[in-house]
Design a protein around this ligand. Structure first.
Ligand code: HEM
Length: 299
């Protein structure tokens, strides 16, 4: 659902009309992202490289087609990128813009959808959290003049327990299990020196699941966030990374999750059909999937 929405908003992608299955290619890319680098047919690494190649080729063809026949009115993000490419003083090159489109499609693909799936799992297993979340959102609706009206910015800002729940979900989900930085100078850390030029992999799960930082770290406990900073990155919370390269989609992802949860708990009930077993790799995964059936609440 999220992939289709973002594919449409970014590049007007329509599976029915496209010769390339974008989603399948991204799946292959993601499966091999952390894999043994053996580039021969059949390996995850090979499929990963092929996936990226096919998506990049598709984006390049799209760019050329749009250049030859530009849209009269801007309909998606690609049109804005093309407009920027035409400027004389732009820092954007064709190569950067294609990489940007790839990165945005990729960054949108697994992240928010995984976070939402995992949130549903935690809510299924924690009736107290579900009750408090439902109360928060039903209260918002009760206060509205028109219950069917969309969520306002003020309402969104008032969703305190929802943000606690989102942070706790992201802490346990560890959707991005590693972020990378390059040492630009020799760095002394305790008795170690990280030489200039080395790449450092920061591992958020090591921080998020450390009992020094979080009591009973494997326990889903949205209440542990009460009174804490729920927005910014810190040395103990880096689900969206941190510093200059902090996730550009963090606010958007939080918004998407909050709106989804709002609709979920006010309109639907659900039950697990199958799956739901959790494996940490170290990001949280469902090896047998997680299948639920939804029912409308007020029918
Ligand atoms: C729950 C959802 C998401 C999570 C957990 C997440 C997590 C992350 C993390 C950990 C990073 C690396 C930050 C760093 O190196 O310090 C990152 C970077 C990035 N994310 Fe997200 N992300 C999410 C959703 C999104 C969405 C929806 C978008 C796009 C709209 C997005 C776009 C990006 C981009 C473009 C970068 C690269 C930023 C840069 O290198 O300057 N992310 N994200």
């Amino acid at each position: 659902m999220i992939f289709e929405l973002m594919g449409k908003k970014l590049i007007s992608y329509d599976l029915e009309k496209s010769s390339e299955n974008l989603r399948e290619n991204f799946e292959a890319f993601i499966q091999g992202l952390i894999s043994f680098p053996l580039n021969i047919p059949g390996t995850a690494y090979y499929k990963c490289l092929q996936g990226r190649k096919k998506v990049m080729r598709m984006l390049k063809n799209m760019l050329e087609a749009r250049r030859a026949k530009p849209n009269k009115i801007k309909i998606d993000f690609f049109d804005y990128v093309l407009e920027e490419l035409k400027q004389n003083d732009t820092v954007l090159t064709e190569e950067i813009s294609l990489d940007l489109m790839f990165a945005l499609l990729f960054a949108n693909f697994e992240t928010t959808s995984q976070a939402i799936t995992i949130a549903i799992k935690f809510l299924t297993d924690n009736p107290r959290a579900l009750k408090e979340l439902t109360e928060e959102h039903e209260k918002i609706i009760r206060k509205r003049e028109h219950p069917e009206a969309g969520v306002t910015w003020k309402e969104y800002k008032s969703m305190t327990f929802t943000f606690q729940l989102i942070n706790e979900t992201l802490r346990l989900a560890n959707i991005v299990p590693g972020v990378f930085r390059k040492a630009v100078t020799d760095i002394k850390y305790k008795d170690y020196t990280i030489p200039s030029g080395w790449v450092i992999m920061v591992c958020p799960p090591a921080v998020h699941l450390d009992p020094v930082n979080y009591k009973d770290p494997l326990n889903f406990d949205p209440w542990r966030w009460e009174g804490m900073d729920l927005k910014n990155a810190s040395k103990t919370f880096m689900a969206f990374g941190g510093g200059l390269r902090f996730c550009v989609g963090a606010d958007f992802a939080r918004l998407q999750m909050a709106i989804f949860l709002h609709c979920l708990v006010t309109k639907y009930k659900w039950q697990t059909i199958k799956g739901g077993d959790i494996v940490r790799t170290p990001g949280l995964q469902f090896p047998n999937g997680f299948h639920v059936q939804f029912f409308e609440k007020h029918k």
